[in-house]
Write a protein that binds this ligand. Structure first.
Ligand code: ADE
Ligand code: ZN
Length: 351
């Protein structure tokens, strides 16, 4: 563990939206831990583990981060995750992210991890969870960051594989709060995972799913109706179905939106076309998140800044987004109201 703790960014001296955003306490609810693997750490871990990466340098790797769609990205993301082998690797990865999150005033994080990416190449489930979990425990003690862990099933694999993964997770029931669904969306509807989600919910895991990122509005509906999720990850394409939007608003289903990811993966053509402001205006319960920040050019504050600047968000909008991030989280009611009070206090002092 590093002995040098980062210092939160102080922003009181400046009045612009970047400073205001930096000062806002935030929760991050859509963050793949494997997507925080920065090229420098990827190379260091590959060397430590005697693994050859298909790139000769950090620069060459970074220059490969130009994606035409989700699958283009996933191919590189799964290759990069191959550098993670030992428990210490998962610890170092998670600790590096948490230090960054601390500097951005992230107070609570609900972290996705993809065990099948690792067990599929011979890394034990326990190695992955123990490494991540140790860093989460240290972050609570040393950085004051709360967290929950969400196991994502890979939707390009079959349900039998997901069921085996759920069996492995049962021994970690106390350390894993929820289950999710990620990877290649097109052609892999939520309904493919009906049984594993039914069993997971019966065992007490809270359910979420990626839906409506590249897939149609119908997949969002299916995630709600068949998987009984409490949050939708992304959800952009729900906007194509007015009835569905009305239901999401009425039921206050949070959408964990990821603006820079959407631009990098060509879900939107340009950040100025991003639907976040429209979503807010429709009354949708939206939050802003970074998804895979090492690949998409920014952590959570950069995501807030990008939409604030491109869409002309007001301070009231930004406050709403920060409040939503805690409201939509799995913190208890007392912790939520304390953190929301801190958000409101920033509104008073940051003039
Ligand atoms: N895995 C990591 N990031 C993802 C994303 N944006 N969509 C689907 N699966 C993912
Ligand atoms: Zn995601």
């Amino acid at each position: 563990m590093s002995d040098v703790l980062p210092v939160p960014v102080s922003s009181r001296e400046s009045g612009d939206s970047a400073a205001f955003i930096a000062a806002l306490p935030k929760a991050e609810l859509h963050l793949h831990i494997e997507g925080t693997l920065e090229p420098e750490l990827m190379f260091a871990l590959a060397e430590r583990n005697g693994i050859r990466l298909p790139y000769s340098s950090v620069e060459e790797l970074r220059s490969a981060y130009r994606f035409s769609n989700l699958q283009d990205f996933l191919d590189i993301y799964y290759a990069g995750a191959g550098a993670l082998v030992e428990m210490q690797d998962f610890y170092d990865l998670t600790w590096a992210y948490l230090q960054r999150a601390f500097t951005q005033n992230v107070r609570h994080v609900e972290i996705f991890f993809d065990p099948q990416t690792h067990t599929g190449r011979g890394v034990e489930f326990a190695t992955v969870v123990d490494g991540i979990n140790r860093a989460l425990v240290d972050a609570e003690a040393r950085l004051g960051i709360n967290s929950r862990l969400i196991l994502c099933f890979l939707r390009h694999l079959d349900e039998a594989d997901a069921l085996e993964t759920l069996d492995a997770a049962m021994a970690y029931r106390d350390r894993i709060a929820g289950v999710g669904l990620d990877s290649s969306e097109r052609g892999n509807p939520p309904g493919k995972f009906r049984e594993v989600f039914r069993r997971a919910r019966a065992a007490g895991f809270v359910a979420v799913a990626h839906a409506g990122e590249e897939g149609p509005a119908e997949y969002v509906r299916e995630a709600l109706d068949v998987l009984e999720v409490v949050r939708i990850d992304h959800g952009n394409n729900a906007l194509d179905d007015a009835g569905l939007v009305a239901e999401l608003v009425r039921r206050r289903i949070p959408l964990t939106v990821c603006p820079l990811s959407n631009v990098k993966l060509r879900v939107v053509d340009d950040i100025r076309d991003h639907p976040l402001k429209r979503m807010l205006n429709l009354g949708l319960f939206v939050t802003v998140n970074s998804d895979d920040p090492a690949y998409f050019g920014g952590y959570v504050n950069e995501n807030y800044i990008a939409v604030a600047e491109a869409l002309g968000l007001s301070r009231e909008d930004l406050r709403q987004l920060a409040r939503n991030s805690f409201e939509a989280s799995w913190l208890d009611a007392e912790a939520k109201s304390a953190l929301i009070a801190e958000v409101d206090a920033v509104m008073q002092t940051e003039r």
